[in-house]
Design a protein around this ligand. Structure first.
Ligand code: MLT
Length: 206
């Protein structure tokens, strides 16, 4: 366990220039996505912060007012806080800041999308698992050169698939290269989706 800018996080050095930024779902922690990160990329460094907001004791990356209704002011603050953490951690661990790829699940996918919309320079790519539109920024960002993989579930009780489709359009309109998939699944991921994300990650050239 380490702490930079007050984030508790795990860091595992890899043998390639790529770093996966692992962002857990509501109630998760910095340990949750380490196995998934390693499954997705055998050689990348892994950096996995714990969300700093607590909802009834459950860590999250930003506050919400109700399920699917976000506290936008807090979301903006937290996205910038996370962006600054990533920059500081990249320096501390001597990571290539141009090869940071977010892997976010649920609330972690939403903060990753918020990060792309508010601080488009931070992430080179992102795998967003069960994401929704986090917010609509005042000015659309320039996401040219940014790669995004989105995985939705057509029976997800938390994230309506139409909402994920709006996010796909929002990111494409901003210039990102988006690959989107809709699985016959709920909020939990299937092994096929993980395999598809792994293949996509292996094919993008950063
Ligand atoms: C969120 O709050 O980010 C989404 O509703 C997903 C979740 O339940 O965490």
């Amino acid at each position: 366990m380490s702490a930079t800018s007050d984030f508790i996080y795990e860091f595992i050095a890899g043998s390639s220039a790529r770093t996966l930024l692992l962002l857990h779902g509501t109630g998760g922690n910095e340990h949750d996505l380490l196995p998934l990160g390693r499954e997705l990329d055998a050689t990348a460094s892994l950096i996995s912060p714990r969300g700093r907001v607590l909802e009834n004791g459950m860590p999250r990356f930003f506050r919400r007012l109700a399920e699917g209704v976000f506290d936008e002011e807090d979301l903006q603050f937290r996205a910038h806080e996370l962006a600054d953490f990533i920059l500081a951690a990249a320096e501390r661990h001597q990571l290539d800041a141009k090869q940071i790829v977010a892997i976010g699940y649920s609330n972690g996918a939403n903060i990753a999308a918020g990060l792309m919309l508010l601080r488009p320079e931070i992430l080179r790519a992102a795998v967003l698992l069960r994401p929704m539109v986090p917010l609509v920024p005042d000015a659309p960002p320039d996401l040219g050169g940014v790669w995004v993989y989105i995985a939705a579930g057509n029976q997800d009780p938390i994230v309506p698939v139409e909402n994920t489709q709006r996010l796909v359009k929002q990111l494409r309109d901003a210039g990102a290269q988006v690959t989107a998939s809709v699985a016959n699944a709920g909020h939990a991921l299937t092994q096929d989706e993980i395999a598809a994300a792994e293949t996509w990650l292996g094919e993008i050239a950063l």
